[in-house]
Design a protein around this ligand. Structure first.
Ligand SMILES: [Fe+2]
Ligand SMILES: [Fe+2]
Length: 314
């Protein structure tokens, strides 16, 4: 026998208290910070065009091509905030604690795009024309989550996605070999971690409230996970380069994103699931085994590639 899933309205109502508690928790631990303090403005100069400055050239910046690609992917991902806002505002609503979270979260995410863009343009780390063309292209196609219109799936997705973003920002910072960029991206990554905690706690409450429905959602989300920037033009090639460089790869995805969140929810200890819930959990376990194999294969390929590159360089 299976249990009927809760409706969106029931979930919104029953989780309201948890949202309020976690919003208050978030506000009490989130530290105020100012994006302008992280940008080395004195390094900036005018560009060509309207102000007749100097055109960007690749020699303007010391960072590697792959660090540049990562910074662009991370910024474009942040840039699509209006679409993400639309997604969560439609789903969570704009009332009471849900609405306060939607607006607060949007404001915090907006800061990320501002800070990273200011840094990139001031330090001439990226081609500003290309960046703007990519931004137009990416935002004009909008973003729609594979899980929009489903509250539990969306909460599961953003729990992983915020943590994935944290890992990606953090490792991009290290990859730049630039203390100023690293400091900024570490600061942004700290925000993403707090976002992850908010969503993770909320989904944890959903798992108690409606375990079968939530288990099915978790399995769906984990087994189809894609980064929100996956539709950036040229993303697949950039993603491979970023994986090889250690910004975000399958090993990190499994060990640093998927597993810690699943462990926090104690998904393999939940009791009293119906047959559909048990099936979802079984599928999830199989998927995690497969992900482990894929991560091992990735590590082998990466190590072989790095050995070949080292041999060529030596
Ligand atoms: Fe962000
Ligand atoms: Fe975030």
């Amino acid at each position: 026998m299976s249990t009927a899933p809760m409706t969106q309205t029931e979930l919104l109502t029953d989780l309201e208290q948890v949202v309020e508690e976690n919003l208050n928790r978030h506000l009490s631990v989130a530290k105020e910070w100012f994006p302008h303090e992280y940008v080395p403005w004195s390094e900036g100069r005018n560009f060509d065009g309207v102000l007749g400055g100097e055109a960007w050239t690749v020699e303007d910046s010391q960072i590697s091509d792959v660090a540049r690609s990562s910074l662009i992917v991370n910024l474009l991902t942040e840039d699509n905030l209006p679409s993400y806002h639309h997604e969560i505002a439609s789903l969570f609503g704009r009332d009471a604690a849900w609405g306060s979270w939607v607006h607060r979260w949007t404001a915090e995410e907006g800061r990320h795009g501002i800070a990273i863009r200011d840094y990139l343009l001031t330090t001439r780390a990226v081609d500003p024309n290309q960046l703007e063309q990519l931004r137009m292209d990416h935002m004009a196609s909008g973003y729609q989550s594979a899980h929009s219109q489903d509250l539990v799936r969306s909460l599961a997705y953003v729990s992983f996605q915020e943590l994935a973003t944290r890992v990606s920002h953090r490792n991009t910072g290290k990859l730049t070999n630039d203390a100023v960029a690293d400091q900024l991206l570490t600061r942004v990554a700290a925000d993403e971690n707090l976002h992850m905690i908010f969503y993770r706690n909320l989904l944890g409450a959903a798992l108690e409230l409606s375990p079968n429905q939530t288990m099915i959602a978790i399995n769906d989300v984990v087994s189809t996970f894609q980064m929100p920037g996956a539709d950036i033009s040229g993303f697949q090639r950039k993603a491979v380069e970023m994986a090889i460089a250690g910004v975000y790869d399958l090993r990190q995805h499994r060990d640093e994103v998927v597993m810690p969140v699943l462990r926090y929810w104690k998904v393999f200890e939940v009791e009293g699931l119906d047959s559909e819930g048990e099936k979802a959990r079984g599928d999830l376990a199989n998927f995690l085994d497969e992900l482990e194999k894929q991560a091992l294969r990735f590590e082998d390929k990466r190590d072989a590639l790095q050995a070949r590159m080292a041999a060529r360089a030596g």
